[in-house]
Design a protein around this ligand. Structure first.
Ligand code: ASP
Ligand code: MG
Length: 476
């Protein structure tokens, strides 16, 4: 027994889109939770919206803004049908099912009212957007709650705000006010865990101090889980997905890619994009701060222990590099001009223009000659980027040329053991050169945990294979 709470271990379990995609999947999740509760674990379940639901809400609010009434009414029918079918498969007991169906109906009535309101005003504000986006989780969480009670578990359902998560007024990407949040969440959830109750929390959503709904940014349910984990000093936070864990690289590129049993928070943050299965680095923060391990696990293969993300860097001799990631759909932009040489503030001006146009930069490089700055953006923002820079600078004295290439990709080599280990970069670039691949741009932060470089898109996968082989990642 730990911490005097009477439970063996406190685990926050987050279930994402595919793990709650269907009624059958929700039953699977419920019995998984029941298993752990049966073993004496204190479990807090955090649920995200049914697969695709949040995207559908985004579409519905856009249509409402354009005044498309028909779309909104049809959408209400469709989303109601989808959740009813899901609840029907997830919950056997007709009494519990009836109760959940009633909640779904009331919740959807409210959603409809908000959408109709948008149709009339023809405007979306950050506040109204957050309100609409919150419905995915407000509809999915009650279904899991019902499924747990169906298995005769004692469970309670809460929205993020009801569970005690308080945020600032940044409605769509709200930041939790951690001190109040920790206090409130602890006060709310600890007594439940002690009584063997499973709190089911709608992920992604929270509330301002006045109780107005906010969201934690897309993909934010992971963040909900780590915030709660930090608040109740959980033993671990488990992020249940549909893959075994994080891999040395994308197995579609290298079939012998291996699962990584353990990574440090820093390494996980560096692997900002885990192939297609991203976990937002922000979600790791609360866990990192309170030193709570985060485990990525597979709902469809619960025997597998998954990937554990922990504080300590465990560096064995020779495993400087742990993973290789390939980031596609990017573009390289180069701004150049002799006017930039020795002129303070040039970089600030360039990035200020990009910031004002909402262009996010993935990678930056400037050599000491100072005559050019290269950076990488998402490919779909390339036109915006080049136009913004041309309008701002061309004809002036600072920058003479803006060029772009859209057929490139970024290869990132990650590993804590790279820090202070001479020769890693030379191994990386030799391996790539031996395959006849030309490197277009390079960046390594002084953290030394990540070397990123840019190659032509057609060479990306080959570069990944070369590095996976060079660092013998299939032998870890
Ligand atoms: N449902 C939200 C989204 O799709 C949050 C999440 O899935 O974590 O972004
Ligand atoms: Mg989602």
């Amino acid at each position: 027994m730990l911490g005097g709470t009477g439970v063996l271990k406190k685990i926050v379990m987050k279930f994402g889109g595919t793990s709650v995609a269907t009624g059958e999947n929700i039953r699977r999740v419920a019995s998984l939770i029941a298993d752990y509760v049966g073993q004496g674990y204190g479990v807090v379940a955090v649920v995200s919206a049914l697969e695709g639901a949040t995207d559908q809400l985004v579409e519905a609010m856009e249509q409402a803004k354009r005044g498309n009434k028909d779309y909104v009414y049809e959408f209400r029918q469709k989303i109601f049908g989808k959740h009813l079918t899901t609840a029907g498969k997830a919950i056997e007991d007709s009494h519990i099912r009836g109760e959940i169906e009633q909640i779904l109906k009331t919740t959807l009535d409210e959603l409809e009212k908000v959408l109709v309101g948008i149709i009339y005003v023809g405007e979306l504000t950050p506040k109204s957007k957050a309100s609409i986006l919150s419905f995915g989780e407000r509809l999915s969480a009650p279904i899991l709650w019902g499924a747990l009670r169906d298995l005769e578990l004692n469970a309670q359902y809460y929205t993020g705000g009801e569970a005690g998560i308080v945020t600032d007024l940044n409605f769509e990407e709200a930041n939790p006010l951690m001190n109040v949040t920790k206090y409130q969440v602890r006060e709310k959830l600890e007594p439940l865990l002690e009584k063997g109750v499973v709190p089911v929390i709608a992920g992604y959503i929270a509330a301002t101090q006045d109780g107005v709904i906010t969201t934690l940014g897309r993909g934010g349910s992971d963040y909900t889980a780590t915030i709660i984990g930090a608040a109740i000093a959980a033993d671990e936070v488990w992020i249940w997905k549909d893959v075994d864990g994080l891999m040395t690289t994308d197995p579609k590129i290298v079939p012998t890619a291996k699962m990584l049993p353990e990574l440090s928070f820093q390494e996980a943050t560096e692997m900002a994009i885990f192939g297609a299965k991203a976990i937002h680095p922000r979600a790791l923060e609360p866990a990192m701060e309170e030193n709570i391990p985060v485990r990525i696990r597979n709902v469809f293969n619960p025997e597998n222990q998954g990937t554990l993300i922990v504080k300590e860097q465990k560096i064995k001799h020779g495993d400087a590099v742990k993973a290789i990631t390939l980031i596609k759909d990017v573009a390289l932009v180069n701004v150049s001009g002799t006017g930039m040489v020795g002129t303070p503030g040039t970089a600030a001006k360039v990035f200020d223009v990009l910031g004002k146009h909402n262009v996010n930069i993935l990678m930056i490089s400037q050599s000491v000659s100072e005559a050019n700055i290269s950076f990488i953006t998402r490919r779909n923002l390339l036109e915006t980027t080049v136009n913004a820079l041309e309008i701002a600078f061309l004809g002036g004295r600072l920058i003479h040329e803006v060029t772009a290439e859209d057929d490139v990709c970024v290869v990132a080599v990650v590993g804590a053991g790279m820090k202070g280990t001479p020769g890693v970069a030379s191994k990386v670039f030799t391996a790539v050169a031996q395959r006849g691949i030309n490197v277009r741009m390079i960046a390594q932060g002084s953290s030394e945990l990540n070397i990123s470089f840019v190659v032509k898109e057609k060479d990306g996968e080959e570069a990944v294979r070369a590095l996976h082989e060079e660092f013998k990642l299939d032998k870890i």
